[in-house]
Design a protein around this ligand. Structure first.
Ligand SMILES: [Zn+2]
Length: 335
């Protein structure tokens, strides 16, 4: 009888106590602050089946090495390189979907773009889109904000897993930039090409609240002439003439389309590039011996504005609303 009683107690112990011990271990893990935990969070949530795009080939420009990396893991590095973690969650989600779409578009349309390297995309923002490794990203944040920031990025990617932006059933060329200055731009007025009906000039409120909105650049008259003459040896200007610098035409997005400077006519995009301005939305004035540019916005202005996305999120837009604001007539679907 005693033996049966002991056996009974043992069974109870196995059934109840052991699961409790294990549950406690898991609870502790969830509440700890180690980096390993952050990694575990990423892996367990990455369950989407990307079929054709499970891994992508990422070219690291610095080392010329090509790394095979899981799509969502790659996107953690893109979103954290392209947008401040302090931005609203819905803005980060919009950035994740835009980055995923941009990546797939590049894979489909830009085969062979990186010379002899067998790569889908590279980590250079001037060629493809920016990317930062997790270690480098964490090191740039303060200790106390690392876990929260990283989890915010991971959640933005995981909570939009598989979502991409389509126009007529095809992934769009999802351009984005830092600050539109209030109105985005059609690609025709930036690069001359057309054929992207979803990329149109749209207005966004609230972008003036960000540091990327306003900037200025001053160069001496002498420097000004030298910079232009490097590219146009026939350039001449007489600063005493009243109309020696005159903006002749603006784009739909309020940027300078054509400007007459001295004896030559320039596009706003060329002036932006010559003088390293943040955008082609500028005013130009003579101030005694100097030429001053007052610039609005940051970037080419095409597609989603990142500060605009954050501003819209603050106004209550969700990530789908934000995407549909910046890309005209698109759908967001699972890939
Ligand atoms: Zn590239």
């Amino acid at each position: 009888m005693k033996k049966i009683y002991l056996y009974f107690v043992l069974v109870i112990l196995i059934c109840f106590l052991i699961p409790i011990i294990f549950t406690d271990v898991n609870m502790d893990k969830k509440n700890s602050n180690t980096e390993n935990d952050i990694v575990q969070n990423e892996v367990t949530k990455s369950t989407y089946n990307y079929k054709d795009y499970n891994t992508i080939k990422l070219l690291h420009k610095d080392t010329s090495k090509v790394e095979e990396i899981k799509l969502d893991e790659y996107l953690y590095g893109v979103v954290s390189a392209e947008m401040p973690a302090s931005f609203e969650e819905e803005a980060l989600k919009a950035q994740a979907v835009v980055a995923r779409t941009y990546t797939i578009y590049k894979i489909i349309h830009n085969k062979g773009k990186h010379g002899d390297k067998d790569a889908d995309i590279c980590d250079d923002s001037t060629c493809c889109q920016a990317w930062i490794s997790k270690d480098d990203r964490l090191n740039k944040w303060k200790d106390e904000e690392r876990e929260e920031n990283w989890n915010k990025i991971v959640n933005a990617v995981n909570n939009t897993q598989g979502k991409i932006i389509l126009y007529n059933g095809e992934p769009i060329n999802a351009f984005f930039h830092s600050n539109s200055g209030g109105t985005t731009e059609a690609p025709l007025d930036v690069w001359g090409g057309s054929g992207y009906p979803y990329l149109q000039a749209v207005e966004t409120s609230g972008e003036d609240a960000y540091s990327q909105y306003a900037s200025s650049k001053t160069v001496s008259k002498k420097e000004f002439e030298e910079i232009i003459k490097k590219e146009h040896s026939d350039f001449k200007i007489d600063f005493s003439q009243k109309d020696c610098m005159k903006i002749e035409e603006y784009t739909d997005g309020n940027r300078v389309k054509k400007i007459k400077i001295g004896n030559l006519e320039f596009s706003g995009v060329e002036v932006r590039s010559l003088f390293g301005l943040r955008s082609a939305n500028f005013k130009i004035t003579i101030e005694s011996d100097n030429i001053k540019f007052e610039v609005t916005g940051y970037g080419h202005g095409v597609g989603m504005s990142q500060t605009g996305a954050d501003s819209l999120a603050k106004q209550g837009y969700n990530y789908e609303d934000i995407i549909k604001h910046f890309y005209t007539g698109v759908e967001i679907k699972d890939m």
